[in-house]
Design a protein around this ligand. Structure first.
Ligand code: ZN
Length: 482
C-alpha cells in the first residue's frame, strides 16, 4: 500500500513501472475490485476461514475498523493492533488514516457523490509466531475512471523491538545480488522497460517504496510483489516474482531468516515481548431457551449491529443486551470473526442471531458472482467454525444489492428500516435519539458495534423503548412470527 503523499513523490518511477502491469493480466482477481483485495478473497479461493495463521490465537489482538454504510461514501478500512508491535501498528495507522482522509475529503465531502469510487483496505496475517509478526494490507481504491489495487507488507522484529520495512528481509551485503536477480526476472517479462526498472530501483527511497510487498511462501521462497498504487489508470495489476528458498536464503538478513523460518514452520505462539497483553473477557450470558415473543401480539423491534465483532465494544454491548433480555442480530465481517471467535460464540450463546456481512466489506454489486460467493462463503465458514452454525441471513455492505448478487448466494438479504447514521455522527445521545424517535413496530434498525458511541447508546434505547412496550427480537424471529 502506498500513501497518497508518497504516491505523488514517486509518480515518475511508478508510471514507468506501470508498463510492467500488463504482464500480470492473466492473474485472477487482478481487476482491482475490492473483492479481490485480499488474495484470500479471490474467486476459486477455498472457504477455509484462516489459512496459515489463526488470528484468534494472537493474545490481546484488536482489529481497528472504520467503515461507512452509505453508497455515497463507500469505505471500509481495517488493520490489526497487536500488543508489543506498537511501532508497526503506528506505521499501518498512518498509512490507513492518510488514505482514508484523502478518500473522504475527495469523495464524501464533495457534492458530486461517490461516482462509483470505493475505498477498501483489508488485512491478512502472513506470520504471527515466535518473535516475528508480518501483515499485508491490501488497498482497493476503485474509481469511475479505473481502479487501483495495491498492497504493502509490514514486518515486526520482536527480538530487535523494531518495525522493519520489507526490504530489510534482505541483508545489506546481498542487496546488489538480490536487485540484479530481480531485475533479470522482471526484464524477461513482456512489456517491461529496462530503463524504467533501473530508475525504479536506483534510489534507496524509491526502492523501499516500490519493494514494499515481500513475503515468504510456505516452502521458504520469497515472493516479491510489485504494484502500481492508485494511479487512476485502468487495468491495474501486479507482477509477482518468486525466488526459490535455495536462491533466496543466502541473501536474507538475520531477521529475514527468522521470518522465513516462522513462515515455513510456525511456532506455537507469538511473543513480541509486550509488557502486558490485556485480553477482554467475553461475556458468559446464556440464553434461557428459545424466544417465545409473539410479534403478532406485541410490538417488536429488530436491532442489528454490523461490521463487528470488535473488542472490547461487542463484549460491552452483549452485557447491555443481557441486562434487558434483549435479542439482536449481528451482521459480522469475516475478517473480524476470524480474529474474535470467542465474541461470536458469546453472541450465539446469548441467543442472538449471527448474520453475514461479507469478508472485508466491499460493494458486492461491483464484484463477479464468483467473488460474491467467495466473500460470503468464507464468512459463513468462519461463523460456523466459531459457533457450529452457518448464518442464513446476509446484509450487503452499503445496502448495495442487485439481481446478480442475490443469484450468487442462498443467503437471504436483509436491509433496514431505520438508519441511525451512527458511523457518521459518533454521538451516543444522537444515536439513541434517532432510534427512539424513528423506530416503529416491527422495524429493522441499523447500528454498528465497532463504535463505542453506538454501544453507549444502547442502554438508553433499551430502557426507553422497553418502557414503551417494545420487545427486542432477532431478524429471523421477527420474520418467522409475522
Ligand atoms: Zn457495514
Amino acid at each position: 500500500m502506498r500513501t497518497h503523499a508518497r504516491t505523488h513523490a514517486l509518480l515518475p518511477s511508478l508510471l514507468l513501472l506501470g508498463a510492467l502491469t500488463f504482464t500480470a493480466a492473466c492473474a485472477p482477481g487482478s481487476n482491482g475490485a475490492p473483492g479481490a483485495a485480499s488474495s484470500d478473497a479471490r474467486p476459486g479461493a477455498t472457504t477455509s476461514p484462516t489459512r496459515g495463521v489463526d488470528p484468534s490465537r494472537i493474545k490481546g489482538l484488536q482489529i481497528v475498523n472504520d467503515s461507512s454504510e452509505h453508497s455515497s461514501c463507500p469505505f471500509a478500512t481495517s488493520y490489526p493492533e497487536v500488543p508489543g508491535a506498537e511501532a508497526m501498528t503506528a506505521a499501518m495507522r498512518k498509512d490507513v488514516e492518510q488514505r482514508l482522509a484523502t478518500f473522504r475529503s475527495g469523495v464524501c465531502e464533495g457534492d458530486q457523490g461517490s461516482a462509483g469510487r470505493e475505498l477498501n483496505i483489508s488485512h491478512r496475517f502472513l506470520v504471527a509466531s515466535g518473535d516475528v509478526l508480518g501483515v499485508r494490507l491490501t488497498t482497493a481504491d476503485q474509481s469511475g475512471a479505473g481502479s487501483g489495487l495495491s498492497s504493502r507488507t509490514y514486518w515486526y522484529d520482536g527480538a530487535d523491538r523494531a518495525h522493519s520495512p520489507a526490504v530489510a528481509l534482505v541483508s545489506d551485503g546481498a542487496r546488489d545480488a538480490f536487485l540484479t536477480a530481480l531485475k533479470d526476472q522482471l526484464t524477461g517479462r513482456e512489456g517491461v522497460d529496462a530503463t524504467a526498472l533501473e530508475g525504479a530501483f536506483s534510489a534507496p527511497d524509491a526502492r523501499a517504496t516500490v519493494l514494499d510487498d515481500m513475503a515468504f511462501t510456505a516452502d521458504g521462497g520469497l515472493k516479491v510483489t510489485v504494484d502500481r498504487g492508485d494511479m487512476g489508470v485502468p487495468a491495474a495489476g501486479e507482477i509477482v516474482v518468486t525466488f526459490s528458498a535455495k536462491t533466496v536464503t543466502p541473501w536474507l538478513s538475520a531477521f529475514g531468516e527468522r521470518a522465513q523460518r516462522q513462515t515455513v514452520a510456525p511456532g506455537r505462539s507469538l511473543d513480541l515481548g509486550a509488557s502486558s497483553t490485556p485480553v477482554p473477557a467475553a461475556p458468559t450470558h446464556t440464553a434461557s431457551g428459545d424466544d417465545d415473543t409473539d410479534c403478532k401480539r406485541v410490538k417488536c423491534l429488530a436491532l442489528t449491529f454490523d461490521d463487528g465483532p470488535a473488542a472490547p465494544e461487542t463484549a460491552t454491548l452483549l452485557t447491555h443486551l443481557a441486562r434487558y433480555e434483549a435479542r439482536a442480530t449481528f451482521f459480522t465481517v469475516g475478517q473480524n470473526v476470524a480474529a474474535h471467535r470467542e465474541l461470536v460464540r458469546a453472541e450465539a450463546r446469548a441467543g442472538h442471531e449471527i448474520g453475514n456481512h461479507s469478508w472485508n466489506h466491499p460493494d458486492l454489486t461491483k464484484l463477479t458472482p464468483a467473488q460474491v460467493a467467495s466473500q460470503l462463503n468464507r464468512t459463513s465458514a468462519a461463523v460456523k467454525a466459531a459457533t457450529g452454525k452457518e448464518p442464513t441471513l446476509f446484509r450487503p455492505p452499503y445496502g448495495a444489492i442487485n439481481a446478480q448478487v442475490k443469484a450468487a448466494t442462498t443467503l437471504s438479504p436483509v436491509l433496514w428500516d431505520v438508519d441511525t447514521e451512527d458511523w457518521k455522527y459518533r454521538d451516543a445521545a444522537k444515536v439513541a435519539r434517532a432510534v427512539i424517535d424513528k423506530a416503529q413496530r416491527n422495524d429493522v434498525v441499523l447500528l454498528h458495534d465497532i463504535h463505542p458511541t453506538s454501544v453507549a447508546a444502547v442502554p438508553e434505547i433499551l430502557r426507553t423503548l422497553t418502557a414503551r412496550g417494545y420487545h427486542f427480537v432477532t431478524v429471523s424471529h421477527l420474520r418467522a412470527t409475522l
